[in-house]
Design a protein around this ligand. Structure first.
Ligand SMILES: *[C@@H]1O[C@H](CO)[C@@H](O)[C@H](O)[C@H]1NC(C)=O
Ligand SMILES: *[C@@H]1O[C@H](CO)[C@@H](O)[C@H](O)[C@H]1NC(C)=O
Ligand SMILES: *[C@@H]1O[C@H](CO)[C@@H](O)[C@H](O)[C@H]1NC(C)=O
Ligand SMILES: *[C@@H]1O[C@H](CO)[C@@H](O)[C@H](O)[C@H]1NC(C)=O
Ligand SMILES: *[C@@H]1O[C@H](CO)[C@@H](O)[C@H](O)[C@H]1NC(C)=O
Ligand SMILES: *[C@@H]1O[C@H](CO)[C@@H](O)[C@H](O)[C@H]1NC(C)=O
Ligand SMILES: *[C@@H]1O[C@H](CO)[C@@H](O)[C@H](O)[C@H]1NC(C)=O
Ligand SMILES: *[C@@H]1O[C@H](CO)[C@@H](O)[C@H](O)[C@H]1NC(C)=O
Ligand SMILES: *[C@@H]1O[C@H](CO)[C@@H](O)[C@H](O)[C@H]1NC(C)=O
Ligand SMILES: *[C@@H]1O[C@H](CO)[C@@H](O)[C@H](O)[C@H]1NC(C)=O
Ligand SMILES: *[C@@H]1O[C@H](CO)[C@@H](O)[C@H](O)[C@H]1NC(C)=O
Ligand SMILES: *[C@@H]1O[C@H](CO)[C@@H](O)[C@H](O)[C@H]1NC(C)=O
Length: 411
């Protein structure tokens, strides 16, 4: 993850931007333009790539693809004023520039045009180009968006003109941001609308794989352990899924055991399992002993790097999960949720933990979480019995009442 804080750009106030490295090779770009009062006035987050076809000196054609925007700058980006419309101006690579123009109308704004320039004089990107110089393609897109709405287009959009193919996806953009607050009201592009509205209307026997949102896969089960001078002292096998809710949006992160390390420590009354990895700064599970005969998960303390470049941290040391007798392990194969706070929960799969009394690096007998369910049977049975008694009493009462009533009618 790369974050830049640029010095003030003339005319646009403070410019702050983050370039967030996406999963493999695709970058999510994010631009947060602020005005002189440091309030957000233009916000954009998007992904894109370009494919350029050009003619070579021996009259054949070559294509180059641009999808690395690692060293982009945004000089000239501007929120707009009384005389000039807002624009996003981005420079990247060897002489590329990309400009988006916006315009305001009475109750809406326009994403007016997208202009892309490249310099074929650059011999590393365009070896043996026949025509040398700066070439520009300017597309009038003319998206009209209601004022104070954020435009969203997760679907792939393609612009094709004069030897350049531009792909855009995961686009969020709002110009003329009011009061420094990016809107939560989304204005969807047509393609996103059809994804969410028209699909359920058409009854088809075969569900279309492209239109049903794929449910998040189950996380892979990891095997973690903590070793002290006496050997392995803590064992944990589990698939972990983090669910972080921010601004009413839940992001679900599966923990990949292949890129997650376990450390920790073991004491007689407490034990710590700390997981860390590429996007997890730390995820601490603290176990404690109660009444000298049982253990439980007492605390979770987490810090995660989010895709938007921020860090999410939370801790709760007043939990009570995974309760089992000392000398045994706690096991739960079905999905279970550890609710750390309203904004953070952990879904666990194929769980087995033993934080204390590990002998020879092996699990002891397990207490299964289905036993937790058994605990509910007693209150349910008592409740059902009480309800039965109540119904009998009511029945007796009504029958008595009816007899009594009928008695009067006869006379
Ligand atoms: C944009 O930057 C401002 C000022 O730093 C910050 O208050 C705001 O939360 C940021 N907005 C987004 C959507 O990142
Ligand atoms: C043109 O040059 C490229 C390498 O620059 C070569 O691969 C290609 O075969 C050449 N074509 C012709 C028709 O000479
Ligand atoms: C550009 O992005 C589109 C959509 O994600 C993808 O299908 C395409 O392969 C990408 N092209 C390049 C050259 O990376
Ligand atoms: C963009 O601005 C920064 C400082 O604000 C400067 O160092 C850099 O050279 C500029 N880049 C271009 C392409 O003008
Ligand atoms: C295009 O690239 C060439 C070679 O790198 C450079 O000399 C020239 O100034 C560039 N043109 C523009 C307009 O940036
Ligand atoms: C692209 O064309 C529009 C009009 O179609 C114009 O307003 C805009 O300035 C042009 N953009 C660039 C960078 O030349
Ligand atoms: C911005 O603030 C003004 C004054 O506080 C208020 O009237 C207006 O409704 C706000 N606009 C939005 C979009 O929240
Ligand atoms: C190691 O084992 C011995 C004997 O069981 C025990 O007294 C000691 O406290 C253990 N040390 C640690 C660090 O667990
Ligand atoms: C994530 O948390 C939110 C809010 O608590 C909840 O609505 C959603 O179902 C959870 N998603 C998963 C996959 O657990
Ligand atoms: C983890 O590694 C195993 C074996 O190398 C592999 O089969 C599996 O797909 C990997 N899992 C992830 C999520 O990368
Ligand atoms: C795990 O630990 C090893 C050794 O300390 C280290 O080289 C590796 O980078 C760590 N992996 C992660 C994902 O932190
Ligand atoms: C969570 O862990 C971090 C890092 O060890 C520590 O600085 C912080 O105090 C812990 N928070 C709580 C509430 O325990």
């Amino acid at each position: 993850m790369v974050c830049f804080r640029l010095s003030p750009v003339p005319g646009s106030g403070l410019l702050m931007l983050c370039l967030v490295l996406g999963a493999v090779s695709s970058y999510a770009l994010e631009l947060n333009l602020t005005n002189s009062e440091k309030a957000t006035c233009l916000y954009a987050k998007w992904q894109m790539n370009f494919t350029i076809r050009y003619e070579t000196t021996n009259n054949s054609h070559k294509t180059v693809s641009i999808s690395d925007f690692g060293a982009a700058t945004y000089n000239g980006s501007f929120c707009g004023d009384d005389h000039n419309d807002p624009q996003i101006v981005m420079q990247f690579g060897s002489g590329f520039s990309w400009i988006v123009n916006f315009a305001k109308e009475s109750s809406s704004y326009l994403i007016n045009s997208i202009s892309f320039s490249y310099n074929t004089s650059d011999t590393t990107t365009f070896p043996d180009a026949k025509k040398k110089g700066v070439l520009t393609v300017n597309d009038s897109v003319g998206f009209q968006v209601p004022l104070n709405d954020i435009f969203r287009c997760n679907s792939l959009s393609t612009l094709e003109k004069d030897n350049v193919v531009q792909h855009y996806w995961d686009v969020h953009v709002q110009a003329f941001v009011q009061n420094g607050t990016v809107s939560t009201k989304e204005f969807l592009c047509d393609k996103d609308k059809t994804l969410t509205t028209t699909v359920p209307v058409i009854p088809t026997s075969v569900p279309s794989p492209t239109t049903t949102p794929t449910p998040k896969e189950k996380p892979e089960t990891g095997s973690y352990s903590v070793t002290s001078s006496n050997g392995t002292c803590l064992l944990a096998n589990m698939g972990l899924q983090l669910n972080i809710t921010q601004d009413k949006v839940a992001s679900v992160i599966n923990i990949n055991p292949n890129t997650t390390n376990a450390t920790g420590n073991c004491h007689s009354k407490t034990a710590l399992l700390r997981l860390s990895g590429s996007n997890i700064k730390y995820l601490d599970f603290v176990f404690a002993v109660k009444n000298d005969n049982r253990f439980y998960l007492k605390e979770v303390n987490v810090s995660v790097y989010l895709v938007n470049g921020s860090v999410f941290s939370i801790a709760n040391n007043n939990l009570s999960y995974w309760d089992a007798p000392l000398g045994s392990s706690y096991m739960c194969n079905k999905e279970q949720t550890v609710s750390v706070s309203g904004a953070f929960q952990i879904n666990t799969f194929n769980l087995r933990v033993q934080p204390f009394s590990v002998m020879e690096g092996k699990y002891s007998t397990a207490q299964d979480c289905s036993a937790d369910d058994d605990n509910f049977i007693v209150p349910i049975a008592v409740g059902a019995a009480l309800a039965g008694v109540l119904i009998l009493v009511l029945l007796a009462y009504f029958i008595g009442l009816k007899r009594h009533h009928a008695g009067y009618e006869q006379f």
